[in-house]
Design a protein around this ligand. Structure first.
Ligand code: NAD
Length: 490
């Protein structure tokens, strides 16, 4: 049922040396099974296949063929959606509840279909009319052509793997590119399943999509350094993003980077239902154990109501259901690995050492003896300069911070190297929108609005990334621009 093999040049293959590595269930610590463990040679074969497919097939020019092939992949995924759901719960540790939302059902609805539908509407050619730019008495007719960028190296993390893969594959393929996909070693099977479906159920030509799994992160570095790769599309941590950029600088590849965040949830003093606003803001950080880049992990409340807010947030966090991700009532599962659990606990210790006060949680739950769980954790007495307020923790940890007035709230929100996301709650929509213009971030949800979808650009300001995924911007980013001018004389 689970696919161990990679997809290289249209064939489902083991690693060249026959090596495999284990896929571990983070909720039980059991080994689920194995997957191919590629070397750099495997990766180079995949890159060569993607290059060959781009250079020698009509994939880039066959708009209708591409649309049909992407929709075939969508249909094939739909047919195996329930198997994919259980696989995601097992390998990601994501609560099944979340798979009915952003982990699976939301991206399944439109991540492939929207870009496929956009192929025919996309402005592949834009006429600019005639001009005599050098004053030579001869008119030049000018057009701007959009063309695929070529071979894209796609490197993805483990937190929302299907969502991230589909939101990259859809636009990359719709724009006529070929690619090599390297999933995170923690969550390889959803990617190899997609590889198998492409090979067995679609007319996507061999080499157009390649899937390479490896326990060695540096196998992915081939995608940054290879002169055969035209672009890297990466989602992951800011530290890895920097490293990928450095490695790619020798070949000057364009980069599309979706990186970390340290977003705010700003509750204004005019909010009608303060209790509901604080409770919702607190419990959301436990969704999927806080392993979401857009998570608003700094809760900003008016200083005059800080004490109330701490009490309300404590009650909300203590009510979060956490544990076995297969239990449909569970909101928070484990974090993805032992390493990640230790990292989050390290941040909690650092918060305590730097003078923040743990209001609830702060450790490993004693009743969950197996699996990489962490208690829903609330910090008060947090200064925004502390490590827990500056660095991305990627665990169920909330810092609550008081602010004096709107200017102070905006100052705290922007006092971050990140700028990915955020939320504002206010009784006055226009006031909230006005504050939204002052927060340097790529997406903002106001009064529960969800700024997310295949047709809406998603990405970060500052060190949260470069470029946008989804929307028209997310199609254009996978294209090159060619300006052409001609005369009718010869
Ligand atoms: P990570 O940066 O450790 O790894 C991401 C991917 O990069 C993995 O596939 C990994 O194998 C690969 N990788 C690591 N080093 C590499 C190298 N030198 N060259 C090429 N590939 C390399 O991130 P993670 O721990 O898997 O995921 C968590 C991070 O992802 C968080 O920081 C989170 O904010 C971020 N994230 C961002 C978004 C977004 O859209 N902005 C979405 C989800 C996750």
């Amino acid at each position: 049922m689970h696919e161990q093999r990679m997809l290289i040049d249209g064939k489902l293959v083991p690693a060249e040396r026959g090596d495999t590595f284990d896929n571990v269930n983070p909720a039980t610590e059991e080994i689920l099974g194995a997957v191919a463990n590629a070397t750099r040679d495997d990766m180079e074969r995949a890159v060569a296949a993607a290059r060959h497919a781009f250079d020698t097939t009509d994939w880039a020019s066959d708009h209708l063929g591409r649309k049909a092939a992407i929709l075939q992949l969508h249909a094939a995924l739909e047919a195996e959606k329930e198997d994919l759901r259980s696989e995601l719960v097992a390998e990601v540790g994501c609560p099944i509840l979340i798979t009915y939302g952003p982990q699976l059902d939301v991206p399944m609805r439109e991540a492939l279909r929207w870009p496929a539908e956009m192929i025919e509407q996309f402005p592949w050619k834009r006429g600019l009319g005639d001009k005599d730019p050098f004053g030579l008495g001869q008119l030049t007719t000018r057009e701007v052509w959009k063309e695929p960028i070529g071979v894209v190296g796609v490197i993805v993390p483990w937190n929302f793997p299907v969502e991230i893969i589909l939101n990259k594959l859809g636009p990359i393929l719709a724009m006529g590119n070929t690619c090599v996909l390297k999933p995170a070693p923690d969550t390889p099977w959803n990617a190899t399943r997609i590889g198998r479906l492409i090979a067995e159920h679609t007319d996507i030509p061999p080499g157009v999509v390649n899937v390479v799994t490896s326990s060695d992160h540096l196998v992915g570095e081939v995608l940054s350094t290879s002169p055969l790769v035209d672009m890297v599309a990466f989602t992951g941590s800011t530290a890895t993003g920097r490293r990928i950029m450095e490695a790619a600088s020798a070949t000057l590849k364009p980069m599309f980077l979706e990186l970390g965040g340290k977003s705010v949830n700003l509750i204004l003093d005019d909010v009608a239902n303060f209790e509901r606003a604080v409770s919702g803001a607190a419990s959301i950080v436990c969704m999927h154990a806080g392993q979401a880049c857009a998570m608003p992990t700094r809760l900003l409340v008016p200083s005059s109501r800080l004490a109330d807010a701490i009490e309300l947030a404590k009650i909300a966090l203590e009510a979060v259901t956490y544990g076995d991700p297969t239990d449909p009532s569970v909101f928070q599962g484990p974090v993805v690995s032992k390493k990640q659990q230790e990292r989050v606990l390290g941040y909690i210790a650092k918060g305590r050492d730097e003078g923040a006060r743990i209001i609830t949680g702060g450790g490993v739950p004693t009743h969950l003896r197996r699996g990489y769980f962490i208690e829903p954790t609330l910090f008060a007495d947090v200064d925004n300069s502390m490590t827990i307020a500056q660095e991305e923790i990627f665990g169920p940890v909330l810092s609550i911070i008081g602010y004096d007035d709107d200017d102070d709230a905006v100052r705290i929100a922007n006092d971050s190297i990140y700028g990915l996301s955020g939320m504002i709650t206010s009784g006055d929509l226009e006031r909230a929108k006005s504050i939204a213009t002052r927060i340097r971030t790529g997406t903002l949800g106001i009064n529960g609005g969800i700024a997310f979808g295949a047709d809406l650009p998603f990405g970060g300001y500052k060190q949260s990334g470069i470029g946008r995924q989804c929307g028209i911007e997310g199609l254009e980013i996978f294209t090159e621009t060619k300006s052409v001018g001609w005369t009718t004389s010869t």
